[in-house]
Write a protein that binds this ligand. Sequence first.
Ligand SMILES: Cc1cc2nc3c(=O)[nH]c(=O)nc-3n(C[C@H](O)[C@H](O)[C@H](O)COP(=O)(O)OP(=O)(O)OC[C@H]3O[C@@H](n4cnc5c(N)ncnc54)[C@H](O)[C@@H]3O)c2cc1C
Length: 162
Amino acid sequence: MAAQGGPESVVIIGGGAAGNAAAEMLRREGYTGPVTMLSADDSGPYDRPNLSKDFLAGTAPEEWIPLRPPEFYADQRIEQKLGARATAIDARSREVKLADDTRDHYGALLLATGAVPVRLAIPGSDLPHIPLSADARGQPGIDRCGGERGSRGRHRRELHRS
Ligand SMILES: Cc1cc2nc3c(=O)[nH]c(=O)nc-3n(C[C@H](O)[C@H](O)[C@H](O)COP(=O)(O)OP(=O)(O)OC[C@H]3O[C@@H](n4cnc5c(N)ncnc54)[C@H](O)[C@@H]3O)c2cc1C
């Protein structure tokens, strides 16, 4: 597609499900130019809905959480830049500025920055054992249940205070 008048490159800001789907679809539709995914996250795209369900219940292993294995991005020539927060876009020069002061040039830019949950503005909501479920992986405040089931067959869900 790049050789047939498409953009010289595509930069996607956002490494969630939407950014991941966009990158995959570009390749599936035959786009051959450079695709770069910039993500403020420290890990690649993962299954956020699972965090509050099977993962929290302890019935989904950690390996199920990434949407794709690292090899997938290498095979598909999708460059992932993790921990890369975009701070400004210069549409005139077609550049994204990152928090570390580096810049990425783009032919086409796709914004897939998702949303951030609103935190409760009440006393105690900023205590260390009150994590956002979106950040549930590796948080000290949440212990997974280990898949144990209660006597009525429902998952026993316990949030332990650290
Ligand atoms: C715990 C939990 C359970 C959920 N359960 C369900 C469910 O059961 N059913 C359902 O339909 N949906 C569910 N959702 C919602 C679903 O996960 C979201 O709708 C989906 O993740 C949105 O994907 P997204 O890619 O648009 O945004 P996000 O997943 O929010 O991803 C946004 C990405 O953009 C990056 N980003 C943001 N700003 C910048 C920046 N300036 N520079 C670089 N990168 C940036 C972020 O780091 C992140 O990688 C759940 C969400 C959570 C957290």
